[in-house]
Design a protein around this ligand. Structure first.
Ligand code: B12
Length: 230
């Protein structure tokens, strides 16, 4: 059960994103930190639902691109304050991860949320950013000998890039495992493209990554799902 104060602050974060009120988001995020409230929870239960609501407003044509940009700025202002305060759990998982948004696509909020979740368990993360050409994924995987390559795409037009990236990465290093995600991506697409996994959101992405790194599911169930959100 959430404390009442937590709920109030998470709701304020959500509202701040929706109303693109960057100052309010900054103020509230600082209060979360000062009051030692769980920063990961504030991201997942305040900032993310706020942005999801914004996405609905855009789909309903209540919001347009200018509003989206202001909401995005508010979200990143909050994320920058909260991210350094997310508790880390040393599960002794040696995971090296390359992550990026595919070429032609600048939507990086989802990718950055996934990155926060991965940081929690201490993965070594190589973030290529957004609008990343195929060759960079291949090179980074080889240079770092990454266990996992995580690809994000938010448009049907950019999603198709993933197939070639998967083929190229696996051709150069068949041991690399690839997880894909983003709004248009489904489990069926992942299967068709030859990816090793798909997840619809950040916590499932972490679960999938941990499973792929060969850690017992038991560890996830007993430790992560209970502890992270406490
Ligand atoms: C915010 C937004 C923008 C912002 C992006 C800001 C930023 N820095 O990211 C701005 C304003 C820049 C933008 C621009 C555009 N956008 Co836009 N945008 C959105 C919007 C409304 C929300 C996306 C978002 O942030 N959601 C919140 C986050 C938390 O969720 P998420 O991104 O889905 O991520 C979660 C999961 O998908 C998953 N996940 C994501 N990545 C990965 C990766 C892995 C490995 C895994 C496992 C999981 C995973 O986990 C995440 C966390 O839970 C979506 C609508 C929508 N319904 O998604 C449209 C949307 C994606 N945009 C769209 C379009 C068309 C555009 C523009 C072309 C608009 C234009 N006319 O200019 C440009 C494209 C620019 C480009 N070249 O990329 C379309 C795409 C349509 C399509 N089918 O292809 C959408 C779907 C809106 C629509 N219905 O028309 N956009």
């Amino acid at each position: 059960m959430l404390e009442k104060r937590d709920r109030v602050l998470f709701e304020q974060l959500k509202e701040g994103i929706i109303l693109f009120d960057e100052e309010a988001v900054v103020r509230t995020a600082e209060a979360v930190v000062e009051e030692r409230i769980n920063a990961l929870k504030a991201i997942m239960e305040g900032l993310v639902p706020g942005m999801e609501h914004v996405a609905d407003l855009y789909e309903r044509q209540d919001y347009f691109i200018p509003e989206l940009l202001m909401c995005t700025e508010a979200l990143y202002a909050g994320l920058n304050i909260l991210r350094p305060h997310v508790a880390k759990y040393d599960l002794n998982i040696k995971g090296v991860v390359v992550i990026g948004v595919v070429k032609g696509d600048v939507h990086d909020i989802g990718k950055n949320i996934i990155k926060v979740m991965f940081e929690v368990v201490g993965f070594e993360i190589h973030d290529l950013g957004r609008d990343v050409p195929l060759a960079q994924f291949v090179k980074k995987q080889l240079d770092t000998n990454a266990d996992l390559v995580c690809l994000s795409a938010m448009m049907t037009t950019t999603m198709v890039e993933m197939r070639e990236i998967i083929t190229s990465v696996k051709k150069r290093n068949p041991k690399a495992r690839i997880i894909i995600g983003g709004a248009p991506v489904t489990g069926e697409i992942a299967r068709q493209y030859g990816a090793d996994g798909f997840a619809p959101d950040a916590s499932n992405a972490l679960k999938k990554a941990i499973q792929m790194l060969g850690v017992l599911k038991k560890v996830y169930n007993e430790f992560i799902s209970d502890s992270i959100f406490k």
